[in-house]
Design a protein around this ligand. Structure first.
Ligand code: MRU
Length: 354
């Protein structure tokens, strides 16, 4: 399965193939994951990252799990279902903040629970479902792009944080999907790219993607975003999301909240672009979102080079929560919603099983 888009972080080829995002932009290498343990490790160590991309990866991870069970001699459906529940638990535990991971696994567990002739048929059904999830996420990005592009002025300076591009999705991107679609619509767009410490998704990934697409962009240190806004150089901020609570609070890469505060202080619209699979109506507000705390060495170093004393005390929350009142609009594949989000998000996702 391929999305047909030139940057594809996840592929299926009798195993999960992942473009190794830890090595970009210096090397384009692929990691082959043929067992559940290696899929879990790849999600955890950021070989693959970005909310929709880890959801797609986990969906294929369930296919890998079914094949592993069959190869291990499990022929009985009941035993296979138990093994798949266990695999789903391991995959779900790989990263806690992005809801897309659990959302994709819940869809795969519905397939597991359905009637099947045997384990081979169950495994085939899981693959078909993973490919549907993958295709749906790619289509969602294109729809988000089209809808979001309408909110971008003809001649615009955008600012983005982290990477919500093709690399973070099945292809095309959410926030960068908006950028790509605005450019395709003939708008003149320049993007300010926050470098996004500690692991530099902006510098390493967003700058690489935009450069590859020929879209003008300028990399800035995270600390420069507010002053670029103060100088009148930003028209719109557009970011992705890892989980959107029922009240519209948005979890995204650490630093997003500061960007949203600066945007509000300068009267700049702050847009969130995300598929409906990122909306979690079971989560009342941002306080209920679990923020992943990552390895302190990510902060003590930059690309493997130490930049702080070896035993330096560190806090490394990977995400923060931007309160709904700072969000001008949420762009999804089903439409653009605005405050009050508790009603607009519920109306939007009605019929999606949430
Ligand atoms: O830690 P990461 O790189 O997985 O964090 C990714 C982000 O925060 C993205 O902005 C978010 O997942 C949206 S991706 C379309």
């Amino acid at each position: 399965m391929t999305s047909g888009f030139d940057v594809e972080p996840v592929r299926w080829d009798d195993a999960v193939l992942l473009l190794d995002q830890r090595r970009l932009p210096f090397e384009e290498t692929w990691v082959r994951c043929g067992d559940v343990a290696s899929v879990v490790a790849a999600v955890r160590d950021l070989t693959v990252r970005g909310a929709p991309a880890i959801g797609i990866t986990a969906a294929y991870g369930m296919v890998v799990a079914a094949r592993e069970l069959a190869a291990g001699g499990v022929g009985d459906l009941g035993t296979a279902r138990e093994g798949l529940q266990e695999a789903a638990g391991l995959l779900r535990g790989a990263r806690p903040t992005a809801v897309n991971l659990g959302w994709a696994l819940d869809r795969q567990l519905e397939v597991v629970a359905a009637a099947h002739a045997d384990v081979t048929a169950l495994s085939a059904a899981l693959l078909a479902s993973a490919q549907r999830i993958h295709a749906d996420e790619v289509n969602a990005c294109h729809a988000i792009g089209r809808l979001g592009a309408a909110l971008v002025p003809e001649d615009a300076n955008l600012l983005t944080h982290c990477n919500a591009g093709a690399l973070a999705t099945g292809g095309f991107g959410t926030a960068l999907g908006v950028v790509r679609a605005a450019v395709a619509a003939g708008k003149s767009v320049h993007v300010w790219v926050d470098e996004t410490r500690p692991v530099l998704q902006g510098a390493r990934l967003t700058a690489w993607e935009l450069g590859r697409a020929g879209i003008p962009n300028t990399l800035i240190p995270d600390g420069a975003a507010a002053s670029v806004m103060a100088r009148g150089r930003v028209d719109v901020v557009v970011v992705g999301a890892d989980r959107i609570a029922a009240n519209g609070d948005v979890a995204n890469k650490i630093g997003t909240y500061g960007v949203a505060l600066a945007a509000a202080a300068h009267d700049i619209p702050f847009l969130v672009a995300a598929p409906c699979s990122t909306v979690d109506l079971d989560c009342a507000n941002g306080d209920a979102i679990v923020v992943e705390e990552r390895d302190p060495d990510e902060v003590r170093s930059v690309c493997g080079q130490a930049v702080a004393p070896p035993a330096q005390a560190v806090a490394n929350p990977a995400f923060d929560v931007t309160p709904a009142h700072l969000v001008a609009a949420i762009v999804t594949e089903r439409g653009v919603v605005r405050a009050p989000y508790d009603t607009s998000l519920r109306r939007l996702t009605r019929g999606l099983g949430t």
